[in-house]
Design a binder for this molecule. Structure first.
Ligand code: CP
Length: 323
């Protein structure tokens, strides 16, 4: 989870930079991105065509399954007037199936694209792709259990939209904190701001690694590990529920033993929640949120959070690749 060395800091200038980690950002950089985002929302909702990426082509190389990241990035590029080379499952449909390496695959698609958006199986692979690419920026759309920076950026946007700030917040993050790349990036994002606290609730075997707790605490983020939903304080700003990541388990038995240890139910919300909070989830979900919660006005995971994903990703692409 440490900051990728090959990724340049943004420092107020997004142009041609690869986006690999929340560690590249300052609060000022996030402000620039979020100032650009409402323009995207307005034009999408007004069904207008933007031209920020007109004449450009972006390769989408997704080595792991995806609905949201793949779909919203594909939509974002096209809504900005660009074209895509869509490659899902390159191990099946591309020459990766014949043994081509990640490096050669990146070199290949770089020849035809102005940017590469990549999802990979291993932490650090996106940074490796960025090192390999000589001419085009690379955006990390999730590198194994490493990071998922663009997800965290729209999670932060969703929180700021509700509370008008990204400091002085208290949240709960529940689920697979060991393998959850969205959690890793979101915690880094929250650590950029003053006086934030996060209560961490996970199965014992899926806790956030101590090294990460030390790093984030040193950055100023207050982290409190709790063992039970009964320990959730009532005055939190957001609950960020996540699934236990089946695909990271060697043993199905071990997965089954922990997959539904913490379920978000109406009863839990009634006893531990409050009226002015957000209920978030990066999705997909696999039974850890009861369907009745979907109708609760505090829940944003099925609409607001994902819509913001489109707008924030459009804004990011415009800043990195726009003319
Ligand atoms: N949240 C997220 O990254 O979803 P996908 O895996 O469907 O892209």
């Amino acid at each position: 989870m440490s900051i990728e060395k090959s990724a340049d800091k943004i420092n107020g200038d997004f142009r041609r930079k690869s986006i690999l980690s929340l560690g590249q950002f300052t609060p000022q950089d996030i402000d620039i991105l979020f100032q650009e985002t409402p323009r995207m929302q307005t034009t999408v909702e007004g069904q207008q065509q933007l031209i920020d990426l007109k004449g450009q082509v972006v390769s989408l190389l997704f080595y792991e399954p995806s609905s949201r990241s793949y779909g919203s990035f594909a939509s974002a590029v096209q809504r900005l007037g660009g074209g895509i080379i869509p490659v899902q499952n390159p191990e099946i449909v591309a020459s990766v199936a014949k043994g081509e390496t990640l490096e050669d695959t990146v070199r290949t698609y770089e020849c035809w694209s102005d940017g590469i958006i990549i999802r990979t199986r291993n932490p650090g692979d996106a940074a490796g792709a960025a090192k390999t690419a000589q001419f085009v920026p690379v955006i990390n759309a999730g590198d194994g259990i490493g990071e998922h920076p663009t997800q965290a950026l729209y999670d932060l946007y969703t929180i700021r939209e509700k509370f008008g700030r990204l400091n002085d917040l208290t949240g709960v993050i529940t689920g697979d904190l060991l393998n959850g790349r969205t959690v890793h990036s979101l915690l880094k994002g929250l650590a950029l701001y003053q006086n934030n606290a996060v209560f961490l609730l996970s199965p014992e075997s899926l806790r956030l690694p101590p090294k990460d707790i030390t790093e984030l605490t040193n950055e100023g983020l207050r982290l409190v590990e709790i063992d039970s939903v009964d320990d959730i304080p009532r005055d939190t700003n957001f609950w960020y529920w996540t699934r236990v990541q089946k695909e990271r388990f060697a043993s199905l038995h071990n997965y089954e033993a922990v997959k539904h240890q913490f379920i978000l139910t109406p009863e839990l919300l009634r006893t531990r929640g409050n009226d002015n909070m957000l209920l978030m989830h990066p999705l997909p979900r696999t039974g850890e949120i009861e369907a009745a919660i979907d109708l609760d006005p505090r829940s944003v995971y099925l609409r607001r959070q994902m819509r913001n994903g489109l707008f924030v990703r459009m804004a990011l692409l415009a800043l990195v690749m726009g003319k």
